[in-house]
Ligand binder design. Structure first.
Ligand SMILES: [Ca+2]
Ligand SMILES: [Ca+2]
Length: 446
């Protein structure tokens, strides 16, 4: 401002000097030159300061630019340290980059202790603590009765029963066998005079003691008094004695009597449980005891396993492409091709493993529309007579249909049911989605 005012004053003086009429009032030529010189000097100083300011500004902008570039490079290369999945669990999310989150889930029978997810923070450290998958303590409810000790196992428990009790939860008393006799003298000799032929693993001598003139003869556990003189003990056939007793079956599958005891055996594909009475399916898929190829999926079933391979259906007017191991989606239809647009939009595949004779009715599977379009959803059961004999499809809420088992099934058998979900808008079909459910029913009730 000051500079432009000075220049204007100088120019005015100049102008007046060029008009002789004002000659006397105007400054002399020398004075004008002096003024102009001063103005030029002033302008040069101002120019220098202006240029200096520009240089400073440019420098600052450069600094800002390079620091922003550094930040970007840092953000692009920045990752948090690799995180491991917890033992007996999984980690979801592979990116360890700044701002990314990973999630944790535990295998069946384990519960997560710690945060469900962790975030890669700006400090390039993960938020929170690493969670652990803790074995769910099935013993927490004290399931073992009559002084039994509970042993927590993965996904189950077993009971170590106190003496005199048996059963999965030590619920059954083990009877003790003894007789009381009064003829003391002959009993004491009994063990020594047993004929050799009657001894063996199933026949043992009894043990008798006299208490206040009364003789008590007892046998080892698993044996009972026998013989005219109560001088022998014979093996108890527990399989016979406890056959369908009040405490239930002694063995879930087959009972094998042994001298002084018994054991339970299980069919192929099962292991005897730790309590010795039940059978537990062997998970061939988890233990690599299967021969499925790498293109196939191993489905564990009760008493066995199945290798399955999802192949997209071949139906007229449409082609399908596999979008995940268990799902096929229709390729886009040509415009105005009604035959194509009426074919199902997708096929999803699900495999269920169940035991024989499951009680019915029972919900086996649910199909839901996540983001429905249109005004109506319709659910229906497709499939043959066998499917209709055992299944029905019901709606459980506005967006969900459920496949119900309506009658118990005796295996071994494989049942298939197709659940169709249709989306409609003013009765016009917008889309059809088929869920193919395959149910592997085992031979046994376990
Ligand atoms: Ca026995
Ligand atoms: Ca199995």
């Amino acid at each position: 401002m000051f500079a432009s005012a000075a220049v204007a004053a100088a120019l005015l003086c100049c102008c007046f000097s060029l008009h002789p009429a004002f000659g006397e009032e105007c400054a002399s030529r020398q004075e004008v030159q002096g003024s102009l010189k001063q103005v030029l000097k002033f302008l040069s100083a101002h120019e220098a300061s202006y240029l200096q300011n520009l240089r400073n500004l440019k420098k600052k902008i450069n600094q800002l630019q390079s620091s922003a570039a550094k930040q970007t490079a840092k953000a692009m290369n920045s990752t948090c340290a690799k995180l491991d999945a917890p033992a007996n669990g999984r980690k979801l999310g592979r990116s360890h980059g700044l701002g990314h989150e990973v999630h944790f889930v535990c295998d069946r029978g384990f519960e997560l202790v710690g945060p469900e997810s962790r975030l890669c923070q700006e400090s390039l450290t993960w938020s929170g603590q690493q969670p652990v998958c803790q074995d769910v303590n099935e013993c927490a409810s004290s399931p073992c009765l009559n002084g039994g000790t509970c042993v927590d196992e993965v996904n189950q428990f077993s009971c170590a029963c106190a003496r005199g009790w048996a059963g999965a939860t030590c619920q059954s008393p083990v009877p003790t066998f003894f007789v009381t006799r009064t003829n003391a003298s002959s009993v004491m000799a009994a063990a020594a005079t047993l004929p050799a032929a009657t001894t063996g693993p199933s026949v043992r001598p009894s043990r008798c003691t006299i208490v206040q003139g009364t003789t008590h003869c007892t046998c080892e556990p698993g044996y009972t008094i026998s013989g005219r003189e109560s001088n022998t003990c014979v093996d108890i056939d527990e399989c016979e004695v406890f056959h369908n007793g009040p405490a239930g079956r002694l063995c879930l599958h087959t009972c094998v009597n042994t001298p002084g005891g018994y054991r339970c055996s299980c069919p192929a594909g099962y292991d005897v449980t730790r309590d010795g009475r039940s059978c537990k399916d062997i998970d061939e898929c988890a233990t690599r005891q299967n021969d499925c190829t790498k293109d196939q999926m191993c489905i564990n079933t009760y008493g066995g396993f199945q290798c399955v391979q999802v192949e997209c259906p071949k139906i007229p007017h449409a082609t399908y492409v596999k979008t995940s191991p268990m799902r096929c989606e229709r390729n886009p239809c040509p415009v105005d091709n009604k035959s194509c647009s009426q074919t199902p939009n997708s096929f999803s595949y699900h495999y269920l493993s169940v035991v024989s004779n499951l009680s019915a009715p029972r919900v086996m599977f649910r199909v839901s529309a996540l983001r429905p379009v249109g005004d109506t959803l319709r659910f229906a059961l497709l499939g043959g007579r066998l499917a209709r004999r055992h299944f029905t499809v019901q709606r459980s809420d506005r967006l969900t249909g459920q496949l119900m088992l309506v009658s118990p099934v005796q295996g071994p058998v494989t049942l298939e049911a197709d659940v169709e979900m249709s989306e409609l808008e003013k009765r016009a079909q917008l889309g059809r989605y088929i869920t193919k459910v395959t149910m592997f029913v085992s031979q046994y009730d376990f």
